[in-house]
Write a protein that binds this ligand. Structure first.
Ligand code: ZN
Ligand code: ZN
Length: 336
């Protein structure tokens, strides 16, 4: 099978011809139909974060495909099922986090495309308990971005406690932001899209954003204050300065939801305003299998729209360059 392999943090990915992996006990073999390219894949391939993956490995945690073989003891899925292989590739299933619906915080977790080989290949093996069934009628190329970008922003809106009438500011309208806006609306929020390009802002308008703010030409904090301040601000831009702006844009009782992981790991937030305004600062990491199932159900019901551009798997290095240069509309999906 062909697979995109990271052989070193300072090298482009190599398309290699590898043997099709065998599913072990409790695993499924998935023939990948579509695999979304997430910014995390780029950080993984370059070893940007404190905990580094071990080359050689295949990135990709938005792989969607058909179960082709079952390892011993698998009862959760059948051959022929369409499944998604998300970032949470494996968790212990028995710790406090796992048994209270917070499996995404399990300390024994393994991550797809990071500590275990991921979806940027023709086949992947995965823990049968952690792949999520994709309902009939969803295009696999649309299911792929929902598997990380979708569930991550859906969870961010959930942990932000968005209720009808809340003003929700989304900082960064891209692969994640275009979905965050839609989930904020589904939860009843009045949405504010903040970005630095007119193209992304017109996309936000098209998706129903109530307000759009160009942070390259105006001060987003002043503009959001004019609207009365935000109840919830979700930061999807990989820049600590944007986190600081989002904090300043909150009204009293506001919630600051951190999702993006900038290379520069430090932010400066004012303690005085945080305390006096009763602001909550919350980190949100992906979502559980149950969250992903909800994301798929919403999409199957026609409640969300996924914007993506397909690319051949072979073009992964060009695709990465295009993501880094912000030359892509929303999500790139690699087709093996
Ligand atoms: Zn991701
Ligand atoms: Zn656990």
């Amino acid at each position: 099978m062909r697979a995109a392999v990271v052989t070193g943090f300072d090298k482009p990915l190599e398309i290699k011809d590898l043997p099709v992996p065998e599913p072990g006990p409790g695993q499924v073999l998935v023939r990948i139909e579509a695999s979304g390219l997430c910014h995390t894949d780029i950080h993984a391939a370059r070893g940007d974060w404190p905990v580094k993956p071990q080359p050689p490995f295949t990135p990709g945690h938005e792989g969607v495909g058909i179960v082709e073989a079952l390892g011993a003891g698998v009862t959760e899925h059948q051959v022929g099922d369409r499944v998604a292989v998300p970032w949470l590739g494996h968790a212990c299933g028995t710790c406090d986090y796992c048994v209270t619906g917070w499996e995404t915080l399990c300390e024994a977790q393994q991550n797809t495309g990071y500590s275990i080989d991921g979806g940027h290949a023709e086949y992947a093996v995965a823990d049968a308990r952690y792949v999520v069934g994709v309902p009939d009628g969803i295009d696999p190329a649309e299911a792929a971005p929902l598997t990380c970008a979708g569930v991550t922003t859906y969870k961010a809106i959930k942990v932000g406690g968005v209720v009808p009438g809340d003003r929700v500011a989304i900082f960064g309208v891209g692969g994640l932001g275009h979905l965050a806006l839609q989930y904020a609306r589904i939860f009843g929020g009045e949405t504010i899209a903040v970005d630095v390009t007119e193209e992304k802002l017109s996309l936000a308008k098209q998706l129903g954003a109530a307000h759009v703010i160009n942070a390259a030409t105006t001060d987003p904090v002043a503009e959001i204050e004019k609207l009365g301040g935000a109840d919830v601000a979700v930061v999807l831009a990989a820049d600590p300065k944007v986190v600081e702006q989002a904090h300043s844009a909150l009204r009293r009782g506001g919630r600051l939801i951190l999702v993006s992981l900038p290379k520069d790991n430090v932010m400066a937030l004012p303690i005085f305003q945080t305390v006096l305004k009763g602001i909550r600062v919350i980190g949100s990491i992906v979502g559980s299998r149950a969250d992903l199932a909800e994301v798929f159900r919403l999409h199957a019901a026609g409640r969300t729209e996924v914007l993506y551009e397909p690319r051949p798997l072979e073009d992964i290095n060009t695709a990465i360059e295009d993501v880094l240069a912000a030359r892509v509309p929303a999500r790139l999906v690699l087709m093996p």
